[in-house]
Design a protein around this ligand. Structure first.
Ligand code: S6P
Ligand code: ZN
Length: 187
């Protein structure tokens, strides 16, 4: 075959999740960007929630996209800071997360309403099979940092999550992080 790309290398800071050199502009998500994903109305719309550092390649299933996510600690209403969460637009596309720093939970859900909550911290390898929506939640006091690699043409379906939510929510409990049913799931 005739190769489509030239090889390249970038240096990942294993604690901070930053790349040197950066391969693409950093994507910033504030509380305002998460309006409709949190249950509560965001109290500080300009407040940073997370940043995504992409290493972009063509969006084809012959390629592997990757990025890091740096998710700040904090809460909005009764929920810990979290990513929007998404299904892949091409539903069967899978993904791998590698935890680099902080403490988190990975909430996963299927279209038929099953869910799982998996741990995230330095050294965890989370496998996200096709068909499972996924959302990361920072349950600690430091940034949650992880590396993600996924099939190039996966795409991101946020609208389904904005409409339906996840079956469970993660927030502070009397004895640490608590997972509770989402009263508005598909409500
Ligand atoms: C992409 C992968 C991650 C997320 C990132 C932000 O498939 O799952 O890179 O994009 O963690 O989450 P979200 O839900 O805003 O895309
Ligand atoms: Zn994904």
């Amino acid at each position: 075959m005739d190769p489509k790309l030239d090889p390249f290398t970038t240096l990942l800071d294993l604690k901070l999740g930053t790349f040197d050199p950066e391969r693409a502009p950093v994507q910033v998500r504030t509380q305002a960007d998460l309006r409709g994903f949190f249950q509560a109305e965001p109290p500080r719309p300009d407040q940073l929630v997370y940043r995504i550092m992409p290493v972009p390649v063509p969006t084809e299933n012959s390629e592997i996209q990757c990025s890091t996510t740096i998710l700040e600690p904090g809460t909005v209403g009764d929920e810990y800071n979290m990513t929007k969460g998404h299904f892949h637009t091409v539903r069967d596309r899978s993904e791998i997360y590698i935890g680099l720093a902080g403490e988190g939970r990975l909430v996963l859900a299927t279209e038929d309403g099953r869910h799982r909550v998996e741990p995230m911290r330095e050294g965890t390898v989370n496998y996200v099979p096709g068909g499972w929506a996924h959302r990361s939640v920072n349950v600690g006091t430091e940034p949650l940092v992880f590396f993600a690699a996924y099939v190039g043409d996966a795409g991101h379906d946020y609208d389904t999550i904005r409409r339906d939510g996840f079956p469970v929510l993660v927030g502070p409990g009397s004895d640490g992080p608590a997972v509770r049913d989402n009263p508005r799931y598909r409500g």
